[in-house]
Design a protein around this ligand. Sequence first.
Ligand SMILES: O=C(O)C(=O)C[C@]1(C(=O)O)C=C[C@@H](O)C=C1
Length: 363
Amino acid sequence: MVAELDIMPISHWLPNIDNPLLIAGPCSLETEEQALATAHELAKDKRVFVYRGGIWKPRTRPGSFEGVGSIGLEWMKRIKEETGLPVGTEVANAQHVEECLKAGVDVMWIGARSTASPFTVQEIADVLKGTDQTVMVKNPVNPDVQLWIGALERLNQAGIKNLVAIHRGFTPFRESKYRNYPSWKTVIELKRLLPNLPIIGDPSHIAGKREYLLEISQKAFDMGLDGLMLESHIDPSCALSDKAQQVTPADLGKILDALVIKYASSDDPLFENKLEELRGRIDQIDHEMMEILASRMELVNQIGEYKKQNKVTALQINRWAQMMDDRSNLAAKLHLDETFVKILFQLIHEDSVRQQTELIEKK
Ligand SMILES: O=C(O)C(=O)C[C@]1(C(=O)O)C=C[C@@H](O)C=C1
């Protein structure tokens, strides 16, 4: 289902933006001194556009630091006054939103677990109705693009047009390099369905460890995302939450220096001409591949007819196993990614079996 959302570009609510949107600040506001010292350091870097700080922290298990609560909003007001930076925090229920609206918080975001709960999102949307608030929506914990869009739709139906999606990664099922694995294909699908929706990355939550921040941030720009949310703490070694993924404002500056910002297109005519020529060749190859696929399918259907006449099963597991070995070996020789080739042939084979079973079952 394609959603039609009325979404404003980031420049509508952040008119001075001249770079990708960078939101930075501590995972949690802990003390007024820590919150302000971090903000003053970050504000010196003109690439930072919004200050972030967690006030209400949804923790997986009880007993860990769950945020300072409403007092943090007073600190946010001081940060705004003293640095001039717009401020943002996570909201998880109607009361949080009401308090943030009163305190003049500029950006609110909905966390991954809340996005996964339509009642929670609706409750938040109902309080926001009639405001011109900026709201960011993190992906739900599982890669369900419709659930992510559903949350954005609920807010949009409440009149919220300053919307941004945040890719913070998905809960892994097993031991993995990153804390929350990125799913770029889910991001591509979201971009396809909602081309006007700004999307930013949250490398801190994807990484879980500061040493991976640069590679994930670069990947986010390579994928055409519109900005980043990065956690920065004046002294990460003392942080009360997510210590390992936070960096000092100085280290954040180094990450930003190392990043190559990418654009959707270039105004260099030489580049554009070359791109057009290469794309033409790709179109040609794709068309040839599809014709080859159609010829393959004709053979599969012929085999299907013989199988029907001779009462032989559509699925031939030994032949399939031999084919997979052969295609994997060829993939290695041709320097193609073996997993990619495996998935491709799995899809082709699945469709062959589907077509043959339909043909065999047809009266
Ligand atoms: O070899 C066959 O028996 C086929 O029908 C072809 C094919 C294929 O797509 O290559 C399809 C189904 C079988 O499970 C194995 C292979």
